[in-house]
Ligand binder design. Structure first.
Ligand SMILES: Nc1ncnc2c1ncn2[C@@H]1O[C@H](COP(=O)(O)OP(=O)(O)OP(=O)(O)O)[C@@H](O)[C@H]1O
Ligand SMILES: [Mg+2]
Length: 482
């Protein structure tokens, strides 16, 4: 610090003049702050900054992305995507954020507040995003919101790269983030209509609840090769949009899951939904009265969804089977005359006839305990793309269940494994039965002992039954040859 008396006179008078200007400025600012509301102040401030202090550079280009189209009704998809994308770019230079959450979201949405600037880099192109700093202070909150915009600035020479590569990248990343954030829904005829269903314009036939099934492909016990094949099939399906368009096929895929009760058919459907982030529509055919109702129900399902019809053998039994052969009746359906009953042909039409071609990225899953009981029309080649046999618990599947339920490592087998494997090879036990035994205690040794004795008890009647069958076959052979 310099002692004031040692300063030259000119400097001293400069400082006293500066001090009085600063004091006046502070007084004016505090008076203005008192009388001018904050939105108006920030509006004036932004105008000054925009037009006085930031003259447009001749080497840079700015793209303005409005929140709403000029008509003001529909939100601009690019704005919404950019907001999501920018939320992943929040750095230390950002000092004001907006936070919100809708009922359909798992986590909070964090967006950048007005006036903030964010830098980004894409393939060595430097980009600057400025979050809409012109807020119209006059008007309702909705009108103000409609005037929000983003300004993207970069060197002019990169215009094509930004338009052709960077912005599509922003859209894609935002779609991925949004997808991860989605709360999955289980739609059913029996679910009550809730706030979300109304928000979405009402799904008519369907009410929904959150799909909170924890099943994933990691926890699903089945033959590892088959599991891998299913995951690859799903991956191929979702990335083949162009392929389906090119070959003129509706972008949908059908899976028929068959096997005894408790082998994981419903669990697999939940794993598929969690993997793809698709909603599930659980269709009970008993709640559908006619082909027309069925079409209406299907038309009100959304894209990126799985339509499940469980126990199709039981449902198909109660349908009007005559119409499978009756093409005349089927034609009536096409031209919109309501057939009074739900028929198998009506269902097949929705699976792979003309009515199946609406919408995109749709999966249909039929499940059954009795594949042999299904109408051949449902089984004919090409009807359901993939048939998956969900079978009894194999030693491989058991290892995964033991690891999930008892925390036993794959690498270091428990001494009881050998016995359990041997029993599983000769006993028909479902993964549900094995899982139930493993849940009975936390102690791995006791749990495996319990499972082994369960399998032995189960095996005896099966062995006896097999013996009887073998004897009968032997007897028949002898009878034929004599
Ligand atoms: N493959 C599996 N992997 C992991 N858990 C399984 C498997 N199969 C069955 N389970 C367990 O058993 C329970 C019942 O299985 P699930 O409902 O999927 O059988 P399902 O084949 O659909 O039977 P149903 O034919 O009676 O509908 C599940 O909640 C799950 O805990
Ligand atoms: Mg089931």
């Amino acid at each position: 610090m310099f002692p004031t008396k040692e300063l030259p006179a000119a400097a001293s008078s400069f400082f006293s003049a500066y001090a009085s200007v600063a004091a006046t400025t502070m007084l004016v600012r505090s008076t203005l702050n008192q009388f001018i509301p904050q939105p108006v102040r920030s509006y004036l401030h932004s105008l000054l900054r925009r037009y006085l202090f930031a003259p447009p550079s001749s080497t840079t280009l700015s793209l303005i992305i409005d929140h709403y189209y000029t008509s003001g009704f529909a939100p601009n998809q690019l704005f919404e995507a950019a907001e999501i994308y920018l939320s992943t770019k929040i750095g230390s230079s950002t000092n004001r954020l907006r936070i919100s959450k809708t009922p359909r979201q798992k986590n909070l949405t964090v967006t950048i507040d007005n006036g903030q600037v964010i830098s980004d880099k894409f393939d060595d192109v430097m980009l600057t995003w400025r979050v809409g700093d012109i807020v119209d202070p006059i008007g309702t909150q909705k009108q103000q919101q409609q005037k929000r915009h983003l300004e993207l600035t970069f060197k002019k020479e990169f215009k094509d790269k930004v338009l052709d590569s960077y912005l599509p990248h922003v859209l894609e990343r935002a779609a991925q983030i949004k997808n991860q954030e989605r709360v999955l829904k289980l739609y059913s005829h029996h679910c009550p209509f809730n706030y979300d269903d109304k928000q979405e314009g009402g799904r008519g036939f369907w009410g929904s609840v959150k799909l909170e099934h924890p099943s994933t492909f990691e926890t699903l016990a089945m033959d590892p090769a088959m599991k891998k094949a299913i995951v690859e099939d799903l991956d191929r399906f979702v990335r083949r949009k162009e392929f389906y368009r090119r070959v003129g096929k509706a972008w949908k895929r059908g899976y028929l899951l068959y096997g005894p009760p408790g082998t994981g058919k419903s669990t697999l459907v939940a794993a598929m939904a969690n993997y793809l982030k698709f909603d599930i529509y659980d269709l009970e055919l008993s709640s559908v009265n006619s082909n027309q109702d069925l079409r209406r129900a299907l038309l009100s399902t959304s894209n990126r969804s799985i339509l499940v019809i469980e126990d199709i053998d039981c449902s198909a039994e109660s349908m009007d089977r005559r119409s499978t052969q009756d093409n005349h009746l089927q034609n009536f359906d096409y031209i919109g005359k309501p057939s009074r009953k739900l028929s198998l042909s009506g269902l097949l039409n929705c699976i792979d006839g003309l009515w199946s071609s609406f919408g995109d990225e749709r999966i249909i899953v039929l499940t059954t305990n009795h594949k042999e009981k299904l109408d051949p029309a449902l089984l004919r080649p090409g009807r359901m793309d993939v048939h998956i046999n969900m079978s009894y618990c194999s030693p491989q599947a058991f290892k995964l269940l033991a690891s999930n339920y008892l925390g036993l490592p794959h690498t270091c087998p428990h001494p009881f494994y050998r016995e359990v494997h041997g029993l599983l090879d000769t006993t028909e036990a479902t993964p549900a039965e094995v899982a139930e035994e493993l849940m009975k205690t936390d102690d791995p040794t006791l749990a495996l002992q319990g499972l082994a004795s369960f399998l032995k008890r189960k095996r005896l009647p099966q062995l006896e039954e097999n013996q009887i069958k073998e004897d009968q076959q032997c007897h028949q052979k002898k009878f034929k040859s004599s």
